[in-house]
Design a protein around this ligand. Structure first.
Ligand SMILES: C[S@@+](CC[C@H](N)C(=O)[O-])C[C@H]1O[C@@H](n2cnc3c(N)ncnc32)[C@H](O)[C@@H]1O
Length: 327
């Protein structure tokens, strides 16, 4: 649809760039950041950032938006008044080369999580999957972002996407369907490793971006996050490590021998997460930085020759696989 608001529109339904830029300045005077407003112009109005820069250089040219200025202004008002994330208002979150559908009850995928996929490539796992298909899992799939990326990156492999939230799983399913990737991923509802019990001992690659924010930190987050995004996706308990402990505990038995676990965590948890994985007998434990150089990811693998899992701790929730010698 072309913009047709009388304030900035022309008879042919197009907008004068100069009028659009003046209208944008008016909207920004109401509050909020220009980065957020330009995101809205792009994902609601269809006017990308580079196009916006071109308008500045040539303010005489006509512009077509895919919705009216009034519709964009109404979304902006709602964002300013209620702190609702723009992604929920528009229903879209760009992530890697996907435009994912998102809504309340599902975490908005963050750009740093894209690095988990880069890590899969850096560890040579995409190349390995080219010669022998992998069985992979995404624990806490949310919108399905990691599952979509893995399904695309490892086209001959099969994946399992787990979440405790039915809302998240429905969203992940819809996103997989939209991208034509649903046939390569099965969705399972439940807690971490539990719904994967039939595949314990066979998982070659497991990714997880679990809730890891310590509760006191979560309580102080900006309202746009704390009051709108699901606490189940963010709040990692008193020290932020509840989910990471549970995932580490199940890894020695759920991973295939030689299988990889790649985790995202809070910026100050690298040593704690490495220690949790070492306690479970995983090897090749390696921290990885985000783009700002903060340790935000850890990779580790189950030893290729099955090692005895520790005799106590939460890993005991898992029963041995048939035929596995635990000494
Ligand atoms: C930080 S979000 C990550 C979502 C998505 N993978 C991403 O990177 O955007 C964590 C996800 O874990 C899910 N979750 C929380 N507790 C869980 C549990 N016990 N078992 C499985 N999933 C859980 C939440 O519902 C949420 O979707």
């Amino acid at each position: 649809m072309l913009a047709r608001d009388g304030d900035a529109g022309r008879e042919d339904g197009l907008l004068e760039a100069q009028a659009l830029l003046a209208w944008r300045r008016v909207q920004l005077r109401r509050g909020g950041s220009s980065a957020d407003f330009d995101w809205l112009l792009e994902f609601a109005g269809g006017l990308g950032w580079s196009q916006l820069q071109r308008l500045r250089l040539d303010p005489g040219q006509p512009v077509a938006l895919r919705c009216s200025l009034g519709a964009i202004a109404a979304l902006w008002s709602q964002h300013l008044e209620t702190a609702t994330p723009l992604q929920y208002l528009v229903g879209i979150a760009p992530w890697r080369d996907f435009e994912l559908a998102v809504g309340p009850g599902v975490l908005i995928p963050r750009q740093e999580t894209e690095l988990l996929i880069e890590l899969v490539q850096a560890l040579g796992l995409a190349a390995q999957a080219g010669s022998a298909p992998l069985l992979w899992a995404d624990l806490g799939t949310g919108s399905g972002c990691l599952a979509l990326a893995l399904a695309q990156l490892l086209p001959t492999s099969f994946g399992l996407a787990v979440d405790a939230s039915a809302t998240a799983l429905a969203q992940a399913g819809a996103n997989l369907e939209r991208q034509g990737l649903a046939g390569r991923v099965a969705l399972r509802q439940g807690s971490w490793w539990q719904p994967l019990q039939p595949e314990w001992g066979q998982l070659d690659l497991v990714l997880s971006n679990p809730p890891y924010i310590p509760t006191p930190v979560w309580q102080e987050l900006a309202p746009v996050v704390r009051d709108h995004e699901p606490p189940l996706a963010l709040d990692g308990g008193p020290d932020g490590l509840d989910a990471l402990r549970a995932i580490a505990a199940g890894a020695p038995q759920a991973l295939a021998p030689g299988g990889w676990l790649l985790l995202e965590h809070h910026h100050d948890q690298s040593e704690a997460v490495q220690a949790l994985l070492a306690e479970q007998g995983l090897e090749a434990i390696q921290p990885h930085p985000d783009l700002e150089g903060h340790g935000r990811f850890v990779s580790a693998r189950r030893p290729a020759l099955a090692a005895d899992p520790p005799g106590s701790g939460p890993g005991d929730q898992l029963t041995p696989r048939p035929g596995e010698d635990h000494g």
